[in-house]
Ligand binder design. Structure first.
Ligand code: TXA
Ligand code: MG
Length: 352
């Protein structure tokens, strides 16, 4: 299959491109498209065949459920049942935007879309191209991140091309995404609300409306723990890891820089290709090495926006070993460190 790439202006998405994409979706085919978080790989959420195609194109295990994207809150009552009032409060405050809610599913949603679960993940994206595609197609779009399973989520159309070229008919290119990390997932299907995946909408923001909400302990952990199984099926898989070995260091920033330099020198002397994951504040401290700054510590949004592209960059560089700095694990930093810890396979060391 040849993969077509159509470039769209985010502010005024081209109608011909949208209707081409909408036609594919209505026919049960797949289209990759930008959202404000990451690029999604979309298919008709109510069509079991389209969902199967999504799993096949990504190489994703079929027990890992998809997120259903909507453009109108009225869709909630069609896709879900026993919807708690909190869901409408959260929708009012955070939709359209980077928040996904887990609710009990209705009979309309095929079990292929929900990985066999009795619950469904729903999100209303804010990106104008995503919204236009939902509106023009009239389809509820099931869309996981448009990466090959296990790789970092795509934040540019070129990332989607790298992973899925030849496996899907169409990619809508709307340029780099705004946020760069996947949506916050909050589970409202049980007695107590849980955050299953940290994202741009932080714990503090959710607690304003949902004081009792807590993180699933499996998502804030700092170490591998076989006894702690994540409540979101997708959070238990190995994810984001570059091909080289990534190790990260936390603690006093000066000491972190020293430690990173020391470890990098060791591996470089042994003849390995070494790369450093640094920040704007520290990138000048590693002149002997290949360095990538992931962003500005004072502006965490820049780190969120660049993290996945930087992880992919280490593969392009062919790095055998990557040594990285840690970031604050609070607010948006919770989402950043969640992804970084996974990418590092929890190889983290406290240098004091
Ligand atoms: O920002 C996003 O959420 C992006 C864009 C495209 O919207 N989508 C995304 O989808 O990140 P995906 O499939 O890569 O991640 C969905 C996560 C997985 O960890 C999955 O296990 C979890 O959501 N999930 C989906 N449905 C669920 C359910 N019913 N119960 C628990 N977890 C669920
Ligand atoms: Mg994903």
């Amino acid at each position: 299959m040849e993969t077509k790439l159509l470039t769209l202006d985010r502010k005024h998405p081209d109608e011909a491109a949208l209707s081409e994409a909408a036609k594919l979706l209505r026919a049960g085919e797949l289209v990759a498209f930008p959202t404000e978080t990451v690029y999604g790989l979309g298919g008709d959420a109510l069509d079991a065949t389209a969902s199967r195609r999504i799993y096949a194109a990504k190489g994703r295990p079929s027990d890992n459920p998809l997120i259903v994207h909507i453009c109108d809150t009225a869709a909630l009552s069609e896709l879900a049942r026993e919807i708690p009032p909190a869901a409408y409060r959260l929708a009012e405050r955070f939709w359209p935007g980077p928040l996904t809610m887990i609710l009990k599913k209705s009979g309309r949603v095929p079990s292929e879309t929900t990985g066999g679960l009795d619950t469904v993940a729903i999100r209303m994206p804010s990106d104008p191209i995503a919204r236009a595609l939902l509106a023009v197609s009239g389809v509820y779009i099931a869309a996981p991140s448009a990466n090959a399973s296990g790789r970092p989520s795509p934040t540019k159309a070129s990332h989607v091309m790298d992973d899925l070229n030849g496996r899907i008919p169409l990619i809508l290119d709307g340029g780099p995404v705004e946020i760069g990390l996947e949506s916050t997932i909050v589970d409202l299907s049980g007695d107590k609300p849980w955050i299953l995946r940290p994202g741009y909408i932080t714990l503090a923001m959710l607690r304003e409306l949902l004081p009792e909400v807590e993180y699933d302990p499996a998502v804030t952990r700092r170490q591998k723990d076989e006894n702690l199984v994540a409540k979101a099926p997708g959070m238990k898989y190995r994810h984001y890891a570059p091909k080289g070995s990534l190790r990260i260091y936390e603690g006093d920033l000066e000491r972190v820089v020293e430690k990173v330099r020391e470890e990098a020198f060791k591996k470089q002397r042994e003849g390995f290709r070494v790369a450093i994951l640094a920040s704007e504040e520290t990138k000048g401290r590693y002149p002997e090495f290949t360095v990538r700054s992931v962003g500005d510590r004072e502006r965490e949004e820049t780190i969120a926006a660049n993290l996945f592209d930087t992880l992919r960059e280490f593969d392009r560089l062919g790095a055998d070993y990557i040594f990285g700095e840690c970031f604050r694990q609070e607010g948006l930093g919770e989402a950043i460190m969640n992804r970084l810890l996974k990418a590092a396979g929890y190889q983290i060391e406290d240098v004091g």
